[in-house]
Design a protein around this ligand. Structure first.
Ligand SMILES: *Cc1c(COP(=O)(O)O)cnc(C)c1O
Length: 414
């Protein structure tokens, strides 16, 4: 029987100040359309990310869709997308009738591999089509190798759309995620760093792009007293009530990032974690013993918001215990955990889409688990998580523990 209350992967964390903005909107009867909270939330996001302009919309998915429309993506086009991500990164490509071309991850940040990206671009050009855009993701809050990706993108003149849905508050050398793309996307879905119950934002430095995004997001209505339309529009704007929640959440953003990072450090310490570094990942094997639980280290200069704490569970070192064994043990104690995102190139939905890579994200999916990571987790809850994991690891079959080869990613010979 399940007795203790459920521990969630990442649940909404309200601070109370959200209600002030909502009450103010009610007092003025400014429930819709748009209004002061929408303007205020957009200004807050611009200031936080140091972007010129922001438009808040109904979801991160709709922001990505608008970004593709702004890049001129049309039916028959190709768009490069990180394979290791949540399906919302890729689906808007299909909304436009275009084809996603998936690119695998590197082992240092688990995001788009710049070398494979360049190979993919060259191959697509050889096949007769230059990709119209590149969608890069900062998965689980870890920033992608943006400098190298942008260099490749600019070499071939392809715009970068930055999916920072999981990375609000993450940085590379003081530069915030959400400031790297020609167009950048945030999400305020219920499980993200901050939430508006549901919502998203599109960020850019170019004023015209954001003005056009706002126009498209409000049914593309031309200037006229009557309703005149010459372009296809969408109903994607965020409501003034929802934006009020966002303004309140911004008051706690820095604190929530620190809390999520503290979760990560707690798990690392309590589980006796090993760092998965590029050196580890490429080494054939190591002598020193390990308990088979790996964490992803921040490369020098990188700051992850640690949206979700992710571990790799290596059965070759745990005595056969897999990430699925841990997930089931946690579930039995009424604790939610989740395998890492299943890469898009492995999804039935995208089985016919081109893919470039050598199996990094496949292996991450096979070994990886997300642990409860909410900024509102209590010490007691975190202890419940680690003691459940430790107990399950102890039950492992020690006889099968002779094989202690480390987690490796071996690039196949060319
Ligand atoms: C959550 C998420 C999205 C989509 O955001 P919604 O607001 O849920 O539409 C897109 N990309 C990634 C990587 C996400 O995690």
């Amino acid at each position: 029987m399940k007795s203790a209350s459920r521990i969630y992967l990442s649940s909404p964390h309200m601070n109370g100040s959200e209600l002030n903005y909502i009450h103010e909107a009610f007092r003025k009867n400014w429930i819709a359309p748009l209004g002061a909270n929408v303007d205020g939330f957009e200004e807050d996001l611009q200031a936080f990310t140091s972007r010129g302009h922001a438009a808040v919309v109904s979801s991160g998915t709709s922001a990505l869709h608008l970004a593709l429309v702004l890049c001129g993506v049309e039916s028959g086009d190709e768009v490069i997308c990180q394979s290791f991500t949540f399906t919302a990164s890729a689906n808007p490509i299909r909304y436009q009738g275009a084809t996603p071309v998936f690119v695998d991850s590197e082992t240092e940040t688990w995001n788009m591999d710049p070398a494979i990206l360049e190979k993919a671009i060259l191959d697509r050009i050889k096949n007769g089509k230059k990709p119209k855009a590149i969608i890069v993701v900062h998965l689980y809050g870890m920033p992608a190798k943006m400098r190298r990706i942008q260099k490749v993108a600019s070499t071939y003149g392809i715009p970068v759309i930055e999916d920072a849905a999981e990375a609000l508050g993450s940085m590379v050398e003081d530069r915030k995620c959400g400031s790297f793309g020609l167009l950048s996307v945030l999400s305020f879905n219920g499980n993200k760093i901050i939430t508006t119950s549901g919502g998203g934002a599109l960020l850019a430095d170019d004023k015209k792009s954001i003005e056009r995004a706002r126009f498209l997001a409000t049914q593309a209505r031309d200037q006229a007293a009557h309703y005149e339309h010459s372009q296809l529009g969408y109903n994607y704007r965020m409501s003034n009530i929802v934006a009020g929640i966002g303004r309140g959440q911004m008051n706690s953003l820095d604190e929530y990032v620190l809390a999520r990072r503290a979760n990560h450090d707690f798990y690392f310490r309590e589980l006796n974690g090993n760092w998965l570094t590029a050196a580890d990942a490429s080494a054939k094997s190591r002598k020193e013993s390990s308990n088979g639980i790996y964490f992803l280290k921040e490369p020098a200069g990188y700051f992850s918001n640690r949206w979700l704490t992710t571990i790799l569970v290596n059965p070759a070192e745990t005595g056969g215990v897999t990430r699925e064994d841990l997930r089931l043990a946690l579930e039995k104690e009424n604790i939610e955990s989740r395998p890492l995102w299943k890469p898009m190139h492995m999804q039935p939905l995208y089985e016919n889409s081109p893919y470039y890579g050598w199996g990094v994200s496949d292996r991450l999916f096979e070994l990886g688990l997300c642990l409860p990571s909410g900024s509102n987790l209590t010490d007691e809850e975190r202890f419940r998580v680690v003691s459940t994991i430790k107990k399950r690891l102890k039950k492992a079959d020690m006889n099968s523990k002779q094989n202690n080869s480390r987690v490796t990613f071996t690039r196949p010979a060319e």
